[in-house]
Design a protein around this ligand. Structure first.
Ligand code: V47
Length: 455
């Protein structure tokens, strides 16, 4: 059940939310920037007013990075208090054979290359069974655009996992893979409806939600130079819109620190924010909450401006434990800024972003994406040490135990990239924050060993 909010309550909350009020005394005291150019942005953020592209660039260009981080921490604390989410998951990269040749990618192989692989369904089912027995709540499955696997392979994969491990939520397939499936299923010519029907088939076979991969940077120049042949921004957004319309949640990513500019990143964030406004309007409509047309939905305002829970709120066991989405969902949950890791890619001469640039980009994502409930510091790519800094600079989620990961390998060559629950909990506690295990839909979990239930 989604906590019910009457249209009147919700509209009252929204009206207040758009009212400009001065920052509270406590906030004004704690946030004293040494760059006075940040003052108007501090006032906007403390009052819950949406930032512009110009504000985003100022946040990038200011030398006062710690104020940017502090401001993002304030927003993240408004939304989640001192909670940091983590999950117990397994990533499965079912094949690295890919029709594309993105220059930032060191994962893909052509079919006859050394190291090209494709998992048989038996292997995937074995891993799913092991994951469920070990107490995982989520499988995160993505792969390359395989040139000869049929659409049935993917449907069979989902059905078999669902049968073997019915409690695992399956978060699978980037928007890029979904468009590929529409092609191999002969539905590409049906455009949006073709994509939607592919997603509906996958959902019926057991797909729970979409991960955020494949978005890269929404810019045509960057697309043509770094990942030509891949779907463009419009298609990526279309796939997520179709998933949302079908009641599935999804995530979004931004791959930065290669050949894009900071302005491109800000534009990427604004594009996602606009699409999320539309998704939240539709979500509210499906839940009988009326919002004004084309109005921004800011979730990050001060507590006083919400007379009810912030929306969308974490919901109580909406669809039981099995992770099958209900029609009550259908929006972006999380933004995951992904720092470019140059090793072994065609762009390996580039240095990749620095730690401070990663911290700043994550903080700015929190501030710009005021309608995204969550920001994830994906420890595999950020490193656990940097992810700790991010937890007090805007992030409220650190992803999970992962186990096997083949897409990037920071400082090594092995796909075995596992951390324990204890390491994640310790990393979070060392920041003075409270670890809370979640499922894929951000519902808190309680567990005894491998046995878990929704809290
Ligand atoms: O789509 C590929 C990126 C993505 C590199 O939804 C690279 O919860 C950095 O999307 N350096 C896959 N990034 C990962 C992803 C993801 C990860 C964690 C959680 C979620 C979620 C989603 O990785 C790809 C691509 O954008 N990528 N190569 C690289 N060299």
């Amino acid at each position: 059940m989604i906590p019910t909010v009457s249209p009147d309550q919700f509209n009252a909350a929204r009206k207040q939310r758009t009212t400009v009020s001065p920052p509270s005394a406590a906030t004004a005291r704690t946030l004293q920037p040494f760059d006075s150019n940040l003052q108007p942005i501090i006032e906007k953020v403390t009052s819950g007013i949406r930032l512009t592209a110009g504000d985003g660039l100022l946040l990038y260009n200011t030398p006062d990075i710690w104020t940017v981080c502090e401001l993002a921490h304030l927003v993240r604390t408004r939304l989640h208090g001192d909670t940091v989410f983590f999950n117990i998951n397994r990533h499965i990269n079912y094949s690295n054979v890919c029709a594309l040749s993105c220059t930032f990618c060191s994962f893909y192989r052509k079919k006859d290359d050394d190291g090209a692989y494709q998992f048989e369904l038996e292997e995937i089912i074995k891993q799913a069974g092991e994951a469920e027995r070990a107490g995982a709540t989520e499988l995160h499955i993505v792969g390359g655009l395989h040139p000869w696997l049929k659409f049935d392979y993917y449907l069979d994969m989902l059905r078999a996992i669902r049968q073997t491990a019915p409690r695992l939520h399956i978060k699978a397939f980037t928007a890029v893979e979904i468009v590929h499936f529409a092609r191999i299923a002969g539905r590409a010519r049906d455009g949006y409806e073709g994509i939607k029907s592919v997603l509906a088939d996958l959902r019926d076979a057991g797909l729970g939600s979409l991960p955020g991969g494949g978005a890269e940077v929404f810019d045509d120049r960057v697309h043509d130079e770094a990942f030509k042949g891949k779907i463009k921004a419009g298609k990526w957004l279309e796939v997520h819109r179709a998933a949302h319309e079908l009641g599935m949640n999804s995530n979004a990513t931004m791959l930065y620190g290669h050949i894009e500019s900071r302005a491109d990143r800000i534009q990427h964030m604004i594009t996602l924010r606009e699409q999320q406004d539309r998704a939240l309007h539709d979500w509210a409509h499906r839940n009988n909450i009326s919002l004004q047309e084309n109005d921004a939905v800011v979730l990050t305002g001060p507590d006083e401006s919400y007379t009810t829970a912030r929306l969308p709120s974490p919901f109580e066991s909406a669809a039981g434990c099995e992770g099958i989405p209900s029609s009550a969902e259908g929006y972006f949950q999380t933004i995951i800024p992904l720092p470019f890791i140059p090793d072994d890619s065609a762009l390996q001469k580039l240095p990749g972003p620095s730690g401070m640039e990663n911290l700043r980009t994550l903080a700015i994502s929190r501030l710009m994406l005021d309608n995204f409930p969550h920001v994830k510091a994906f420890w595999i790519m950020q490193t656990l040490e940097m992810a700790q800094y991010m937890l007090t600079s805007g992030a409220d989620d650190i992803d999970g135990t992962v186990v096997w990961y083949d897409i990037t390998k920071v400082g090594g060559t092995t796909t075995h990239q596992e951390t324990t629950i204890w390491d994640l909990q310790r990393a979070i506690r060392e920041c003075g924050l409270t670890p809370v295990e979640r499922d894929t839909l951000y519902r808190p979990i309680t567990r005894t060993g491998a046995d878990w239930q929704l809290a």
